[in-house]
Write a protein that binds this ligand. Structure first.
Ligand SMILES: Nc1ncnc2c1ncn2[C@@H]1O[C@H](COP(=O)(O)OP(=O)(O)OP(=O)(O)O)[C@@H](O)[C@H]1O
Ligand SMILES: [Mg+2]
Length: 244
């Protein structure tokens, strides 16, 4: 079953400061995302990977194209639906972690992670217990659980961010380089958690630089080149490309 049908998606940036220059982020990209798959997005720096994820989460308004999100009998065009529809889909239906951590609220780490669970209706103490379990699985030291992430290292923040996005088990999870700041052992813990915590029906679209991670976790691989779609292949074929 198809979860997302991406059709002719484009994003250009008008740079007024640069004398009205136009920068291309994404150029006429089309592909489908299947329910329950782990789809990796790869490509050189500046090829449009983050722009693609931001268009899917509607952090960016696409310039052209459609992103049809199939949710049971309902369909939404994420490229053009109203903000209120977007806000309604975010949370337990569509989750997202950004590549660079935005402003960190002055809230203890455990509550940052517990918040989406509480919003889903879980009792506060139970939500905190689940949040501690997630932080523990990501090797965040217990003495940090009640501290403010503002003082955390980049890798610690990244793990709080990932735990928060995973916690509500969204149907579609968009991850922008969720393990880039982690050492190999912690990165493996994150991959193990992604595989064990999420349901089989959960669809993940994740940007990754590390080819080992892609080979280990992805079902299919989308390669972008200068904002354009270069290829969509099963991970077995991507594996061969890398090892050649
Ligand atoms: N908000 C923005 N304003 C102007 N240009 C942008 C903006 N966001 C992205 N771009 C441009 O779009 C292109 C693609 O950027 P994007 O961040 O999507 O690349 P990326 O593949 O995620 O790169 P990286 O691997 O370095 O994270 C780049 O040329 C970038 O400068
Ligand atoms: Mg990026």
């Amino acid at each position: 079953m198809t979860v997302l049908s991406i059709e002719g998606l484009s994003k250009t940036f008008d740079m007024h400061v640069l004398g009205d220059t136009r920068v291309t982020g994404l150029d006429d990209v089309s592909f489908d995302v299947h329910e329950g798959e782990f789809l990796a997005i790869v490509g050189e720096s500046g090829s449009g990977k983050s722009s693609l994820l931001k268009c899917l989460y509607r952090t960016y308004d696409p310039t052209a194209g459609r992103v049809i999100y199939h949710d049971g009998d309902e369909e939404f065009d994420l490229a053009s639906c109203g903000d209120r529809v977007v806000m309604g889909l975010r949370g337990d239906r569509i989750g997202y972690t950004s590549q660079f951590l935005d402003e960190i609220p002055r809230v203890p780490a455990v509550d940052v992670v517990a918040r989406p669970l509480v919003e889903q209706g879980t009792a506060v103490e139970e939500a905190r217990e689940q949040a501690r379990g997630l932080l523990d699985a990501l090797h965040v030291p217990a003495e940090l659980w009640d501290a403010y992430p503002a003082t955390f290292s980049g890798g610690e923040r990244q793990r709080v961010n990932l735990a928060q996005a995973l916690a509500p088990k969204p149907d579609l999870l968009l991850l922008d380089e969720p393990t880039s700041a982690l050492d190999p052992e912690t990165r493996q813990a994150a991959i193990d958690l992604l595989e064990s915590y999420l349901d089989d029906e959960t669809t993940v679209v994740g940007v990754f630089h590390n080819t080992d991670v892609v080979a280990q976790i992805a079902d299919r691989v989308v390669t972008l080149d200068d904002g354009r779609l270069q290829s969509v292949v099963p991970v077995t074929e991507y594996d061969q490309e890398v090892s050649r």
